[in-house]
Design a protein around this ligand. Sequence first.
Ligand SMILES: Cc1ncc(COP(=O)(O)O)c(C=O)c1O
Length: 372
Amino acid sequence: MVYLDNAATSLKKPWQVYASLMSNTIFASGNAGRGGHKKSFETVKKIVDTQDLIAKLFNIDRPQNIVFTQNATYALNTAILGTVRDGGHIIVTEMEHNSVLRPVSLLGNYTVVKADKKGRIETENIIKAIRNDTKLIVCTHASNVCGTVQPVSEIGAVAKKFNIPFLVDAAQTAGCYEVDAEKINADMIAFSGHKGLLGPLGTGGLYIKNPNRIMPIVTGGTGSESESIIQPDFMPDKFHSGTMNTPAIAALGEGVKYILKKGVDTINEQEKELAIFFRNSLLNMDNINVYGYSDIATVAFNINRMSSEEVFEKLKNKVAARAGYHCAPLAHRALGTEKTGAVRVSFGLYNTRRDAKKMIDYVYSISKNMQG
Ligand SMILES: Cc1ncc(COP(=O)(O)O)c(C=O)c1O
């Protein structure tokens, strides 16, 4: 089975990640911040070390403003529901994942900015959507459907000019494409730990530049200020209620360490080389529609007239890829695939040219059989 579903999660991790998960589960599983003993302090240090590594990766000068969550969905909900609690207006784009669209639709007062046919957002259209009561702008850094990267630096500059907080969903870019908090003018960055950052499942987080602008959506024990019934106001405790999954956070740190050593640019080049090879081969075949730009190593396509599910049925015993709507229904409206969905192939660090070649052969054979 060829694994080409890295946009869902990176199946394989560097060995240091597994070793850390195992050793920290056995030797460093004290409850962070609970108790003034060595075992508790050790786990606090694991959290701080991982914050430092992520801060380095994202060019963040206050590592304590990075909070850990169980995934990007939780981080995005924290950012959205914690920032807009008063019915204020939110701007989102057609290319968002449901982890943005669903909390926003729960709140009710929002504008969806349209993308072009390749899934790109025009900054001008964000400006047009701004209202007096706009409290938040949310934009995905890269589409999880077709890999199109958005002009987040430009959108961030606009948000800054209008003094509106800007939330970037870096679920698809963290670890495999440059995420620089300063360059993109981000007030908040949500990330998955288990995709490009190569950490274990159940990890993710949120960077919050100005924590005073946002309320926690979950409160409770933090191990700090235990004498008070009021949630601490300092970072990261304000958003770290309940026992943390420290072995997984420490293992995530190992994933990030690996990325820092190898270099995001090198990883990006390596993955993109495979994606471009695959994409160009599809473009040279008859009957194949390819969508978006694949600025990251994600390629979406359909084989003419077949639904993506039908193609997937033919592939499913040979390849782990994904068909359907990828939790991003409005992105399919933009790409014109709202009736068919799309087949998505996403390359990761451990894929090889051989994997790409195999997939090209599978697609070619399905499209040939379809013609005959
Ligand atoms: C763009 C985007 N945002 C958010 C998410 C949610 O990430 P998680 O699975 O870590 O909750 C995903 C997951 O695929 C995604 O692709």
